[in-house]
Design a protein around this ligand. Structure first.
Ligand SMILES: C[S@@+](CC[C@H](N)C(=O)[O-])C[C@H]1O[C@@H](n2cnc3c(N)ncnc32)[C@H](O)[C@@H]1O
Length: 195
């Protein structure tokens, strides 16, 4: 059973629909590692998760959790901003997950920002294999999160509909600007040659 107001759980269920064992996937905002661990379980021992995080302390804790759960061999932890996806990943991936904002329980000043998020998102589109998806959990209740939403939505609306499908999940009857989920899929039968 899933409660639909748990937007991060909805993101997890959505990526599970797409991931196959052995896949290459990205966690663009590793934070406390919940998404990284779920992805590592889903791709299996032959798969690979690339996980980005700018806060070294957080990344060390994720490394520890992965080791405890014997998932560390499937994960490449990258202490870098996700705006450097292409410098760090040289293969196509089936999923890129973003859980934007700040680290729960951490410094709220260290947050994702619309300029680097958009730059990363553009790179993620090029890394995505046909049929693959990008999930983005948005937090419009704080100013940097509202800026990300206000930049990402128009950008996604303009994506070529012959190449991409964009789904926008929003809770309509909740107060205080609740989180939202954007899902972008590269169409299955689209290849660079056919454009
Ligand atoms: C909401 S938290 C992510 C939660 C995480 N996915 C989890 O499962 O625990 C957002 C994270 O993004 C990180 N972050 C901020 N800017 C970033 C950037 N440019 N590249 C990668 N991570 C960034 C923050 O340090 C923070 O830990």
């Amino acid at each position: 059973l899933i409660s639909l107001d748990r937007i991060t759980a909805l993101a997890h269920q959505t990526v599970r629909l797409v991931i196959c064992k052995g896949d290459r996937v990205v966690d663009a905002t590793a934070g406390n590692g919940y998404d990284t661990i779920m992805l590592a379980e889903e791709v299996g021992p032959e798969g690979r998760v690339y996980a980005f995080e700018i806060q070294k302390e957080a990344l060390c804790k994720v490394a520890e959790s992965l080791k405890q759960q014997k998932l560390d061999q499937r994960v490449t932890l990258i202490h870098s901003g996700h705006e450097y996806l292409l410098e760090n990943i040289k293969e196509q991936v089936s999923v890129v997950m973003y859980n934007l904002g700040y680290l729960p329980g951490g410094d709220r000043q260290v947050t994702t920002t619309y300029d680097t998020t958009i730059e990363s998102f553009k790179q993620a589109l090029t890394l995505l294999k046909p049929g693959g998806i990008i999930t983005i959990v948005l937090y419009p209740g704080h100013k940097p999160g509202a800026d990300e939403k206000n930049n990402l939505l128009p950008f996604c609306q303009k994506l070529d509909s012959s190449k991409y499908v964009v789904l926008y999940n929003r809770l309509l009857n909740q107060d205080n600007d609740p989180p939202e989920l954007l899902v972008v899929q590269k169409k299955l039968f689209y290849t660079e040659l056919s454009s």
